[in-house]
Design a protein around this ligand. Structure first.
Ligand SMILES: CC(C)(COP(=O)(O)OP(=O)(O)OC[C@H]1O[C@@H](n2cnc3c(N)ncnc32)[C@H](O)[C@@H]1OP(=O)(O)O)[C@@H](O)C(=O)NCCC(=O)NCCS
Length: 208
């Protein structure tokens, strides 16, 4: 049996320093009171116009499920960001559409990981896709901080992240634009872990 999203988040954070609390909230209202920055990334607002410090937040919305991860960290925590993503297997069926998506979005390395793994191909593809999106989302908090003090634009997107291996310790690699941007942002590693929830792939990415 798969572990729950809450258990996955807890286990992904166990080896990290300065994690004060972590919760996954479920339902249509999950994360309803958050703010959004210029890139649509969520943040916890303070009482004024600013952001409440010490909160890392990520939302995923895949009909009919909506999940919000809220992680509270101490100032000395090595956790720089959290990203979660739910990916349905429906887009990844082994028909013409699924093959076209896989060809378009996955790297050669990711295609090889999927071919070598046991299990359902649509679920494996959904996992790889959720890893790319969660990795991208995990950079949002540091990116927001970066723009507070830099004029230089950093361009990268979810497809610039690559699932390096299925094991959490190796996580997601960055290619090209994302690698350059993450180096500037001070992100040295993005750890990826998976479970299944509501018949979908669920991924947690921890940027550190
Ligand atoms: C961020 C992204 C991966 C999310 O994909 P999605 O299919 O909408 O994913 P989900 O439904 O799982 O998640 C939706 C949630 O993602 C979060 N989100 C949106 N943009 C985000 C971002 N840039 N960073 C982090 N989280 C983001 C939001 O909380 C959103 O929910 P909400 O609007 O209700 O708060 C996708 O929108 C994307 O790739 N956007 C492109 C952004 C981009 O390329 N920016 C370039 C600037 S560097």
């Amino acid at each position: 049996m798969s572990i729950t999203p809450q258990q996955l988040l807890e286990s992904a954070l166990t080896r990290h320093r300065g994690v004060l609390s972590c919760d996954i909230v479920f339902g249509d209202d999950a994360g309803a009171s958050v703010g959004h920055d210029d890139r649509e990334a969520p943040f916890v607002p303070d009482d004024g116009d600013g952001e409440e410090p010490g909160f890392l937040i990520s939302i995923t919305d895949e009909d009919p499920e909506r999940l919000c991860a809220v992680v509270r960290v101490a100032e000395d925590s090595d956790v720089l960001g959290v990203g979660i993503d739910l990916a349905s297997t429906e887009d990844w069926t082994q028909d013409e559409r699924g093959e076209r998506f896989a060809e378009l979005l996955f790297t050669e390395h990711e295609k090889a990981l999927i071919s070598a793994a046991d299990g359902s191909v649509p679920l494996l593809r959904a996992k790889v896709f959720s890893a790319k999106e969660a990795a991208f989302k995990s950079t949002a908090t540091v990116l927001r901080r970066w723009y507070e003090s830099h004029d230089e634009e950093l361009y990268f997107e979810a497809r610039d992240f690559e699932l390096v291996s299925w094991s959490e310790s190796r996580g997601a690699g960055r290619r090209d634009r994302a690698a350059i941007s993450c180096a500037k942002l001070g992100i040295s590693r993005i750890e990826i872990s998976f479970t299944e929830y509501a018949d979908m792939a669920f991924c947690v990415a921890i940027a550190c």
